[in-house]
Design a protein around this ligand. Structure first.
Ligand SMILES: C[S@@+](CC[C@H](N)C(=O)[O-])C[C@H]1O[C@@H](n2cnc3c(N)ncnc32)[C@H](O)[C@@H]1O
Length: 242
């Protein structure tokens, strides 16, 4: 074992980069082979949408699939009724809400302050994905979402965590973790049955940062769950029947 002075001399000689590489070799730790991943600009600036399915959407689709039985009856969705049409069954009414008049939603309002624009207890299901992190008053939006569903109805919500920020959105405010979501749900959805889950792992998070698509990973790689690397957090809130 070389003494401290020799180790310091070797480190000075090699410089920091090669010193770390040498230490990894000596400790038997793998060194990364970056290839064309060594880049400061992503492969896609649109979450991989121009290559395939954005990785967070992969988990979002699985979430809606798992909760498909609740997407029925009177369904409200943010923006356009894309997922109501895709995952819903026996849908009686399909309505939308958005703050942007260009979307021509059923309810044109700020979800954080909808007043009486959205009728209370009108819906069996409210799909609110990729939106709450864009709303400064997250808690007010959660209260409004719960108000819109009737007893026995569900709110299916999802927010990104380890995903790039949206370059088109005017602002992004929140990236709640599972713990953050549980705290918010306790405050805003009392008396509801709430299930919060994280989806993702370090590889999927790297793919997300680089703008790679879900199809560029293997199913087993997408399925591996590491709670320390949440790419998407989903929350299902069931309003208990009175
Ligand atoms: C990224 S889209 C999400 C839904 C879209 N169908 C999707 O799949 O990504 C977010 C939508 O939330 C809307 N939005 C943002 N802030 C809002 C607010 N405070 N109240 C209501 N809608 C809001 C935006 O106008 C936008 O249409």
């Amino acid at each position: 074992m070389p003494n401290a002075a020799t180790r310091e001399a070797v480190k000075r000689l090699l410089g920091p980069r090669w010193s770390v590489r040498l230490r990894c070799w000596l400790d038997g730790k793998p060194v990364p082979r970056w290839g064309n991943l060594r880049r400061t600009r992503p492969f896609s600036a649109r979450f991989g949408m121009d290559r395939g399915t954005p990785v967070d959407r992969h988990y979002l689709h699985q979430f809606f699939e798992r909760h498909q039985r609740f997407i029925t009856g009177d369904v409200l969705e943010v923006h356009q009724p894309v997922y109501t049409a895709r995952f819903g069954s026996a849908v009686r009414t399909s309505h939308t809400v958005d703050i942007d008049p260009r979307v021509r939603p059923t309810y044109l309002c700020d979800l954080a302050a909808p007043g009486d624009v959205i009728p209370a207890a009108r819906y069996d299901c409210f799909l609110i994905h990729n939106t709450l992190h864009l709303i400064a008053d997250f808690e007010a939006a959660l209260r409004a979402a719960a108000r819109a569903v009737r007893p026995g109805g569900v709110v299916l919500a999802a927010t990104p965590v380890l995903m790039p920020l949206d370059s088109v959105a005017p602002a992004e405010y929140w990236r709640p973790t599972v713990g953050g979501w549980r705290t918010l749900a306790d405050r805003t959805w009392p008396g509801c049955e709430v299930t919060v889950r994280a989806h993702g792992n370090c590889l999927v998070a790297v793919a997300a940062m680089l703008g790679l698509a879900a199809e560029e990973l293997l199913p087993a790689e997408l399925d591996a769950e590491d709670p320390h690397y949440p790419v998407l957090v989903t929350a299902a809130c069931r309003k208990l029947a009175a």
